[in-house]
Design a protein around this ligand. Structure first.
Ligand code: GLC
Length: 419
């Protein structure tokens, strides 16, 4: 009798979970360890809830991802339930996502308030923060010691130190050695790097919070002129085609003194098979000079649920799980992805794995936003014009002053159609 009852119970439980079980598809980035950590997190949720997950990988360049998402969403496709979206996209894509507030049970209160504001469009929470970012400067501790140098306080100092180390290492026989690597390809990553140079010189943030175009100014021109002087001298010509991963490849193989990158490069650089394991330091990006400041561009990724999903409730449950404190802690420790939950910056396990999360707390809290909120749906066009102008300066096609004058009038044209 007892046996029969037990069997009946198991069968009905299995039936119940079968009736509700679904496959939820999630689009994840694939830069560094993004894909593997997304997969392990989503699979843990699937196991816990009796559902299955499908992981959809996306291109590394964020603007290419945007184009793909825009295709999917404008066709109202139900193929992807959960979208990993860039911090600059709520204004561009927000209309396609469900309001997550009814699902979060107030969890958003634990996250950085500025990111919650960023992810709120017309009063709706269109995405939950997953990880945040700010640009930082990686340097080779061993080489700075060898040449009797300290981490640079200004970009000019970085230029001088990079020159000195590069000369020394080349004389010592490494003809592949370079002073500095960064994101120089004409894409969104270059917008981030160039915003850092310009704002650190006191040249502003391209467009200010009121929507005024500010980029055509002498400080911005000085910043871009300095950076253009690096190409072929302390940075390889090839940097004009580098994204995050290409820069990391050169630095991690031991062939660069400095690298501008996001925090994810820390874990991989200190991985068991990394030639620079335990030889890396991380500081805030240098100032432009006297009167300048340390600027790191605010980056980061959110999770959003498509309005066209056939399983919005389950998809929202997956988002709540992946953005939770436990999961953000795991991702911080295993992959040095910055949590968006404030309390994790005081967590001893997190700080042991990534000490600079504590040392550079101010850099993360004061990271400078790209003008995506004020330009809304026009942001990608604004950024495309900006990175093309910067690219022309870096490649020597145009002088900084000329490129900024053209940019100024192109941006005015976009503004004319409204932001
Ligand atoms: C990182 C940042 C993202 C930025 C991108 C640019 O992924 O998190 O915000 O747009 O880099 O390459």
């Amino acid at each position: 009798m007892f046996m029969r009852l037990a069997l009946a119970a198991t069968a009905s439980m299995a039936l119940t979970s079968f009736a509700h079980a679904a496959e939820i598809s999630i689009s994840c980035g694939a830069v560094g360890q993004e894909l593997s950590l997304c997969k392990s997190g989503a699979e843990a949720w699937a196991k816990k809830t009796g559902n299955t997950v499908k992981i959809v990988s996306t291109p590394n360049d964020t603007n290419e991802r945007l184009a793909l998402y825009q295709q999917q969403l404008s066709a109202s496709s139900s193929e992807i339930d959960v979208f990993q979206i860039d911090v600059i996209w709520p204004g561009i894509l927000g209309q396609h996502f469900v309001n997550l507030s009814p699902y979060t049970k107030g969890a958003e209160k634990e996250h950085f308030p500025a990111i919650i504001v960023n992810n709120t469009v017309n009063g709706e929470l269109v995405a939950m923060p997953w990880f945040t970012d700010a640009g930082v400067l990686y340097y080779r501790k061993d080489l700075l010691d060898k040449y009797g140098l300290k981490p640079p306080a200004t970009w000019q100092e970085m230029t001088d130190e990079a020159t000195k180390i590069q000369d020394g290492e080349r004389k010592a026989g490494n003809d592949k050695f370079w002073g500095v690597v960064f994101q120089g390809r004409a894409y969104e990553g270059l917008t981030c790097d160039a915003l850092e140079w310009i704002d650190s010189f006191g040249g502003g943030t391209i467009i200010d919070a009121e929507g005024n175009i500010t980029v055509n100014n002498p400080k911005a021109a000085a910043a871009l002129t300095l950076a253009a002087g690096w190409i072929g001298k302390i940075a390889p010509e090839g940097v004009l085609n580098y994204g995050e991963e290409e820069a990391r490849g050169v630095f991690q193989s031991g062939n660069a003194a400095f690298m501008r990158n996001w925090p994810y490069a820390w874990s991989l650089g200190n991985g068991a098979d990394s030639p620079v394991k335990d030889k890396i330091g991380v500081v805030a990006l240098p100032k432009g000079g006297e009167g300048g400041k340390n600027t790191g561009t605010l980056g980061g990724w959110q999770l959003a649920v498509s309005k066209y999903s056939k399983n919005t409730d389950l998809a929202a449950d997956l988002v709540v799980y992946l953005t939770s404190k436990d999961e953000q802690k795991r991702r911080a420790i295993e992959g040095s992805y910055n949590p968006t939950i404030t309390a994790l910056y005081d967590d001893p396990d997190v700080l042991k794995a990534v000490p600079f999360f504590g040392d550079l707390k101010a850099t993360f809290m004061n990271a400078v936003a790209r003008p995506s909120r004020v330009t809304g749906a026009n942001y990608n066009e604004v950024s495309t014009n900006f990175w093309n102008a910067v690219s022309n300066v870096l490649s020597g096609k145009e002088k900084a002053e000329d490129a900024l004058t053209t940019l100024d009038s192109n941006l005015a044209g976009i503004k004319g159609s409204g932001w």
